[in-house]
Ligand binder design. Structure first.
Ligand code: ZN
Length: 272
């Protein structure tokens, strides 16, 4: 596996990380992770579940065998190895059942929300490409097509003397559900939260095709980004790389103006 581009293998309950991109949480984890190829990580809380070592799987939690979704994760890890040896790059999406269940539990009426906003549920891809690091030195994960286009676009901007920085790329359903669940636990109503946060499952970031972009010296995700040279450059050139601004002023979804949020929709031709 050495030398191949790094991937995040995604399953409904568990993510499989390249071990080299993870920080250890303790001495025991550190020794295991240093020798591991992959680390299995619970999506719901980020807990490290097991290290994939050359000699086999090392549990990092008690009762690993009872972990929901473990078999699916092990199968995905094995088939990823086979696919990559065969040079397959196809991206599939994961099923939405679990998301429906959790939105029900939260009391979020997804059909009503979809009708009101014109947004639809966004499935997660079954793997994501490593697209470098974001502003905060966290690994940036994107859909393979978006990762390539982002690299080209960043280079193109650089040639024009413009520095584009990734603020945030792929985000899982679990991540967005976690924000929602914590706010519910603090006593906020569903409607109060929806005024500020997109409903879990409806964010373009779940697809790995969307990216929040910044430039050094500017605060992240602020409307003031529209006054930067980086934004002017994006307005002029992002389309050439297949990126589009999803939420311009007065967009039909009722989402606030987000000059920093761009999604890759492709259109063939320009991304070589
Ligand atoms: Zn965004």
């Amino acid at each position: 596996m050495r030398g191949l581009p790094q991937r995040l293998i995604n399953t409904p309950d568990i993510e499989i990380w390249p071990a080299g991109l993870l920080k250890a949480h303790g001495n025991h984890d550190a020794r295991a992770i240093a020798r591991a190829r992959h680390v299995l990580r619970r999506k719901r809380d980020g807990r490290y579940l097991a290290a994939d070592l050359p000699e086999g799987l090392l549990p990092l939690v008690w009762q690993l065998r009872q972990e929901p979704g473990l078999n699916a994760a092990l199968e995905a890890m094995a088939s990823d190895v086979m696919h990559r040896r065969a040079g397959l790059e196809h991206v599939r999406t994961l099923p939405l059942e679990r998301l429906h269940e959790r939105l029900d539990l939260l009391g979020l009426m997804e059909d009503a929300y979809a009708t009101r906003t014109g947004l639809s549920l966004v499935a997660e891809p079954d793997w994501l490409a490593f697209a470098g690091f974001d502003r905060y030195r966290r690994p940036l994960w994107l859909h393979n097509d978006a990762a390539r286009a982002w690299a080209h676009m960043r280079d193109g901007a650089m040639r024009d003397g413009v520095l584009l920085e990734a603020i945030s790329g792929y985000r899982s359903h679990d991540y967005q559900l976690g924000i929602f669940e914590r706010k519910r636990a603090r006593g906020l109503s569903v409607d109060e939260i929806l005024n500020v946060n997109a409903a879990p499952g409806f964010s373009e970031h779940h697809s790995g095709l969307a990216l929040d972009i910044g430039t050094p010296g500017e605060p992240p995700a602020e409307e003031s980004f529209e006054h930067t040279g980086a934004f002017a450059w994006l307005r002029a050139h992002a389309n050439e790389y297949g990126f589009h601004m999803s939420y311009p002023r007065e967009n039909p979804y009722g989402i606030v103006y987000e000059p920093w949020h761009w999604a890759w929709r492709g259109h063939g031709a320009t991304v070589a």
